[in-house]
Design a protein around this ligand. Structure first.
Ligand code: E4P
Length: 215
């Protein structure tokens, strides 16, 4: 299972990359706006830190605009993945990117049929937003399981990135559902390391070690 960090904060990316557990990064317009920096500068810096797929989102809503932006983003680095919104225009652009060999991540996905359409135009990744579905009373992870079934039924190669992750249970369920990737923020990825019984176990071992005769 691949773990991506969902942020444009290069300090966080540098730190988490040093932990040795992340395989890539997903950014979005909100993340980039929080940095207060020029997007291309941020993207280049992320690509210098992380050796893995880096999703960079297009802003235009028309296929022609998405194509212009996406081709520029793809030139930034060999690991650039062009993130495109899951709309009719977006998927037209994805079809063309696929022909040009540009890898895509189809984002803001909320239904299995949207995911089917993205696979049909050759999306490299599909990003279902599970936390946003949970927030409106739907079980976000059901969407992931449905996409997994549909892709499995027909052998689509599009990889599922479980996105809008809010807590470690989302990561666990993503793994159990067989999603290829889960992307999450700094707080959630750090929480994955924690277990109170591990802390207690270490404390007990260290206390017992104090009683061991030393040379
Ligand atoms: C994924 O690629 C998105 O960047 C992200 O998960 C969006 O989710 P959120 O803004 O609801 O956290």
């Amino acid at each position: 299972m691949k773990l991506f960090l969902d942020t444009a904060d290069v300090a966080q990316i540098r730190e988490v990359w040093s932990w040795g557990i992340i395989d890539g990064v997903t950014t979005n317009p909100t993340h980039v706006s929080k940095t207060g920096r020029k997007p291309v500068e941020v993207y280049k810096e992320i690509c210098d830190i992380v050796d893995g797929p880096i999703s960079m989102e297009t802003i235009g809503l028309k296929a022609d605009e998405i194509l212009v932006e996406g081709r520029q983003l793809a030139k930034i680095h060999k690991n650039a993945v062009v993130k495109v919104v899951n709309t009719l225009e977006g998927l037209k652009a994805v079809k063309q990117f696929t022909k040009e060999g540009i890898k895509t991540n189809v984002t803001v996905t909320f239904s299995p049929l949207q995911a089917l359409l993205a696979a049909k135009v050759g999306a490299g990744y599909i990003s279902p937003f599970v936390g946003r579905l949970d927030a409106v009373g739907h079980v976000g992870m059901d969407l992931v399981r449905q996409i997994k079934t549909i892709y499995g039924n027909y052998g689509y190669k599009t990889e599922i990135i479980v996105a809008a992750v809010r807590h470690p249970m989302h990561v666990l369920e993503a793994g159990l559902a067989g999603a290829e990737v889960c992307t999450m923020g700094y707080d959630v990825i750090k929480q994955l390391y924690n277990h109170p019984l591990t802390d207690l176990g270490i404390e007990m071992f260290l206390n017992d070690w104090k009683k061991v005769p030393k040379a």
